[in-house]
Each structure stands twice: as structure tokens, then as C-alpha cells.
Design a protein around this ligand. Structure first.
Ligand SMILES: NC(=O)c1ccc[n+]([C@@H]2O[C@H](COP(=O)([O-])OP(=O)(O)OC[C@H]3O[C@@H](n4cnc5c(N)ncnc54)[C@H](OP(=O)(O)O)[C@@H]3O)[C@@H](O)[C@H]2O)c1
Length: 293
């Protein structure tokens, strides 16, 4: 696989847009498609071809990257009326980089194999900023040979690639990481609300959290958005709600009960119910004081 490998990219949302741009900048011949066509324009300006249908993008791909919302969107795209799976050339490889369930990844891999198409499960850690700079962390579940084939495409978007095991293992690791991150952000919202309610300056609170021995880039990264009142989406709250529900359902399928994350789910669900589903994830802070919105 070289820079002459034809790459297709479907799903140019907050993450997929800058990721596809990095594939174009790396010199791969690129064909893109997005359900809302206007989001393709910045990548067209970098030289990508914009397909008129998802199947057209798939048919032009040695490697097809998908970056859509969830299991349902991926199923719909690949096996629904868009006809993507049937349009892929024999021998192609699909890399799904969305946050989806391990069961979905395994099922997709099986059905693509019946069409002589290989599959790499590669969700990512990192938000819109590392997506823009090409420094995402890819968490891969795949056969080693399949990963080796697509590695140059992943390297165009990601600074680090972890190979966790077979298809499904990438998704499981992503679920395990996301339950920590979404839980931390929900707790940050509770902490800032409790502190400011008692008269503390939120910026001073973040200085403390940033200095002590359980610090995280999340405290200032997300907390400063609360101080500035900036809720423009980097990681939309509706995806955090999807991710906590995903973690709980994967756990439940194994007879495990994630009670801490169940609390975070309640906060995200309340914030979404109050109209913050398309705001940044830190808008979960609004759920702590139930009368606020
Ligand atoms: N944002 C982050 O910080 C972040 C970080 C790591 C992982 N993720 C994960 O990455 C994925 C994408 O996130 P995002 O933030 O880029 O979300 P987003 O901006 O909402 O983008 C979602 C993309 O999926 C497309 N889509 C949704 N349903 C579809 C369908 N049925 N058929 C075809 N296309 C469909 C959307 O098309 P339209 O443009 O037409 O709506 C859009 O391109 C999610 O699984 C998310 O959990 C996000």
C-alpha cells in the first residue's frame, strides 16, 4: 500500500472532516462522500473528488474509511439502501473509525468477508484538535496483516496506533477508555457547580485541579470552556450519552453493572433533555442544577 492507494472517506462530520483533510494532504488519491454534501467542500479544495453517492465513493476505494455516528449509522451506510458493502471492490479494506460496539464490529467484519472485503476496527481517542493536527490515537482491532496494509492511511491521521487484538478489541478498548473520560467530564461538571455554588472562583478551582496529584488535561481543557461560557461542540454531548449507554450495554451483556457510569448517564440524559444534545460534552454541567438550562 503506497500513496497511489485509492482512499474513500465517508462521514465528514466534526472529526471526519479534518481526518479526511489529512488523508488528502498525505497525497492519497481521495474520494469523499457525506450525507450533508456541503461538509465536503473544504476537502474538495485540497484536491479530493466528491462522489455523488456513497456507493460511488466505495467503488473507487482500495481502502474505505468510515467515520459516522454510531452502530445504526454504520449498518445503514454499509448494508442499507446506500449499497456501500456491495459496491466495494473485491480485496478492498474498510476501516471504521467511529465509536461503535464490539458486537457491531464483529458482525460487520463477518458480512464484509463474505464479499471478499477485509475489515479493520479502529476507533480513535482525541477530539477535533488532534484530528486537525493528525495526532489522534488509533485503537485497532484487526488481523496483523490487515493492519499492516492500512497502516500508511492510519498514519496520515494518527500519531499513535495501538493494536489491541482481533476485530472487536479496538472497539472494546475504546468503550473502556470512554467510560472513564465521560465519567470524568460529568464529575468535573458536578465539582465546578458545587464549588461555584459555595462561592469559589471557577478559574481558581481549575488552577488547583491542574496542580495537584490527580491532574488531567481534561480539567482545564473542558473546565475553561465553562468559565468562558463556550459550549460550541468539539465532542457533541449526544455522542457522550451514546458512549455511556454503549459502555453500560457492553457491560450488561457480560453480566457486569457499571453503577458509576450509570450516574453519568443520568446527567448526560438530563442535559440532552434540556436541549444541550448538540452542544459540547461539557454542557453536562447544566444538568447539575436541574432548574438551569
Ligand atoms: N468529536 C469527538 O471529539 C470524537 C472523538 C473521538 C471519537 N468520536 C466518535 O467519532 C464519531 C463521529 O463523531 P463526530 O464528532 O465527527 O460527529 P458528527 O459531527 O455528528 O459526525 C457524524 C457523521 O456521521 C454522518 N452520519 C450520521 N448518520 C449517518 C447515516 N445514517 N448515514 C450516513 N452518514 C451518517 C454525519 O453526516 P451528516 O453530516 O449528514 O450529519 C456526519 O458526517 C462518533 O462515533 C463519535 O462518538 C468523536
Amino acid at each position: 500500500m503506497t500513496e497511489t492507494t485509492s482512499v474513500g472517506f465517508i462521514g465528514l462530520g466534526l472529526m471526519g472532516g479534518p481526518m479526511a483533510a489529512n488523508v488528502a494532504r498525505a497525497g492519497f488519491p481521495l474520494t469523499v462522500w457525506n450525507r450533508t454534501p456541503a461538509k465536503c467542500e473544504p476537502v474538495r479544495e485540497l484536491g479530493a473528488r466528491v462522489a455523488t453517492t456513497a456507493a460511488e465513493a466505495a467503488a473507487a476505494s482500495d481502502v474505505l474509511v468510515t467515520m459516522v455516528s454510531d452502530d445504526a449509522a454504520l449498518e445503514d451506510l454499509l448494508f442499507g439502501s446506500a449499497g456501500v458493502a456491495d459496491a466495494l471492490p473485491s480485496g478492498a479494506v474498510v476501516i471504521d473509525m467511529s465509536t461503535t460496539s464490539p458486537a457491531c464490529m464483529e458482525s460487520v467484519a463477518t458480512r464484509l468477508a463474505e464479499r471478499d472485503v477485509r475489515f479493520v476496527d479502529s476507533p480513535v481517542f482525541g477530539s477535533t484538535e488532534p484530528a486537525t493536527t493528525g495526532d489522534l490515537w488509533a485503537i485497532v482491532g484487526a488481523d496483523a496483516d490487515d493492519l499492516a496494509r492500512v497502516r500508511p492511511v492510519l498514519d496520515a491521521m494518527c500519531g499513535t496506533v495501538f493494536h489491541m487484538g482481533p476485530v472487536g478489541a479496538g472497539s472494546l478498548m475504546k468503550v473502556c477508555g470512554n467510560l472513564i473520560v465521560t465519567g470524568m467530564i460529568a464529575l468535573l461538571g458536578e465539582s465546578l457547580t458545587l464549588g461555584t455554588d459555595g462561592g469559589l472562583d471557577p478559574a481558581a478551582m481549575l488552577d488547583v485541579l491542574d496542580a495537584i496529584d490527580f491532574t488531567s488535561p481534561l480539567w482545564k481543557g473542558k473546565g475553561s470552556l465553562v468559565v468562558e461560557g463556550d459550549y460550541a461542540p468539539r465532542f457533541p454531548l449526544r455522542h457522550a450519552l451514546k458512549d455511556v449507554r454503549l459502555a453500560r450495554s457492553v457491560a450488561a451483556s457480560r453480566g457486569l453493572d457499571l453503577r458509576v457510569v450509570a450516574g453519568a448517564e443520568q446527567q448526560y440524559a438530563a442535559a440532552a433533555e434540556a436541549g444541550h444534545q448538540d452542544d459540547d460534552v461539557i454542557a453536562v454541567v447544566h444538568a447539575v442544577r436541574p432548574t438551569a438550562s
